[in-house]
Design a protein around this ligand. Structure first.
Ligand code: AMP
Ligand code: GLY
Length: 413
């Protein structure tokens, strides 16, 4: 099987690595990829927002299957274009991708399908929004409706800040104001073949930039899987109250969803509530999920393509995994790029280093983004996986590089 992975982050490096472990792989490509994917696959310099260019590359290289990593090409209808050209791929079409690309769409989907979520009001008018915020007497969060790369949510009690954020967003987008939910967060990844589903190991991300959950929101500074406090009873409740109605809603709308649905949940006193849907794997969650799937990835992708996930016996590892994001100085604000990284060779038995935004120049690795690497390790439980990850985290360094020191550890004070 010749596979093309679309994207350039650590999630896509992890996906390419997982495909590379399959005995069925006869060709592996990543577009556009990074310095890490280049070590295990062929990077293709194509514009992944140009669906015709992707199809042309698939035909030129005789590619059999396309794994679409990020949300932006999905929202741009890449999966629809590929399927129209009879090319199999992982990822939903543009209509279903609105579950992530439009909060207004996803909130309406949840309401229609009685899926528990925060109460909300939707705004497209600056005057109505201003009046609502000025009269507000409860704690809320303000969300941009469209894609915002993890920067579309404001949690604040300061009305001036809420007005500035919302009015700016309303210039070219809708705004959703939600009831503030308290509890703990869990991310659930559900594979769907358009009819059947399989739930993968739950994860918890660390979204805030700094230790003790201080600082601004980021794309994710580290994650754990599974989540020790999500027991079988809670998983059953999550499945019955959120997963099943989501799958039934997608099927009722004939969306033929072939890919993963990432359900971001707040486990509140009143049970699980959906904070958001994403239509792709999480980053950094994918970097710990893929190493804890034992099944052959090509076979798993075939089960989704052939719509027989129900009879496919997916093998999940009994290991725990923890990952740590290594970021550039200044991230999630302005950061320096083009910094030369030193990467010590890792004993493969001790973990993985996945590149996020890097490039190769003359055999050296340079950074090109804010989140630059993800370091991953496994263990017999979360604590062991955590300590194993911190043992290898200093194998990657560049000027100003930093990471959180309390990933997973914060739960075990
Ligand atoms: P979202 O992009 O909607 O997942 O929001 C990003 C982050 O903001 C979530 O992971 C939560 O930490 C926080 N958040 C979003 N919605 C709410 C809410 N209704 N109540 C409390 N926190 C929220
Ligand atoms: N780690 C959060 C996300 O991928 O959206």
């Amino acid at each position: 099987m010749k596979v093309l992975v679309i994207g350039s982050g650590a999630r896509e490096h992890a996906a390419a690595w997982k495909f590379s472990t399959s005995r069925r792989i006869s060709g592996l490509y990543v577009a556009p990829g990074n310095a890490g994917t280049e070590e295990i696959a062929t990077n293709l310099d194509i514009d992944v927002m140009n669906n015709s260019a992707v199809i042309e590359a698939v035909k030129n290289y005789g590619i059999d299957f396309v794994f679409i990593g990020p949300e932006v090409p999905l929202a741009n209808g890449l999966a629809d274009s590929l399927r129209t050209a009879s090319i199999n791929c992982f990822g939903p079409g543009g209509e279903a991708a609105q579950l992530e690309s439009s909060k207004a769409f996803s909130k309406a989907f949840m309401k229609r399908n009685s899926i528990p979520t925060a109460d909300y009001e939707e705004f497209s008018n600056k005057e109505e929004y201003t009046k609502y915020i000025k009269n507000l007497a409860k704690k809320v969060v303000v969300k941009k409706s469209g894609l915002a790369a993890g920067k579309g949510v404001l949690e604040s009690d300061d009305k001036d800040e809420m007005l500035a954020f919302g009015l700016d967003a309303l210039t070219d987008d809708k705004v959703v104001v939600e009831e503030f939910l308290e509890g703990f967060e869990v991310s659930i990844f559900v594979l769907s073949d358009g009819k059947n589903y399989k739930i993968l190991q739950p994860c918890t991300d660390h979204k805030k930039a700094y230790d003790n959950d201080k600082g601004p929101n980021t794309g994710g500074m580290g994650a754990i899987t599974p989540v020790p406090w999500v027991d079988a009873d809670l998983m059953k409740r999550i499945e019955e109250e959120t997963v099943i109605p989501t799958i039934e809603g997608l099927n009722r709308d004939n969306l033929n969803y072939k890919g993963v649905i990432y359900i971001g949940l707040m486990i509140s006193q009143n049970g699980p509530k959906v904070l958001e849907y994403n239509v792709r794997f999480g980053d950094p969650e994918a970097q710990i999920i893929f190493p804890t799937i034992d099944s052959d990835f090509c076979n798993l992708m075939d089960a989704i393509t052939n719509q027989n996930l129900d009879s496919y016996n997916i093998q999940l590892s009994d290991k725990s995994a923890v990952c740590i994001t290594i970021a550039a100085e200044g991230y999630p604000g302005a950061y320096k790029k083009d910094l030369k990284a030193s990467i010590e060779k890792l004993d493969p038995a001790t973990g993985y280093i996945f590149h996020a935004s890097t490039y190769n120049r003359g055999g050296d690795v340079y950074t090109s983004g804010g989140r630059c690497f993800t370091v991953v390790s496994t263990g017999n439980n979360t604590l062991e996986a955590c300590e194993n990850s911190y043992k290898i985290v200093d194998k990657v360094k560049f000027e100003g590089s930093w990471y959180r020191n309390d990933i997973a550890r914060k739960f075990f004070k």
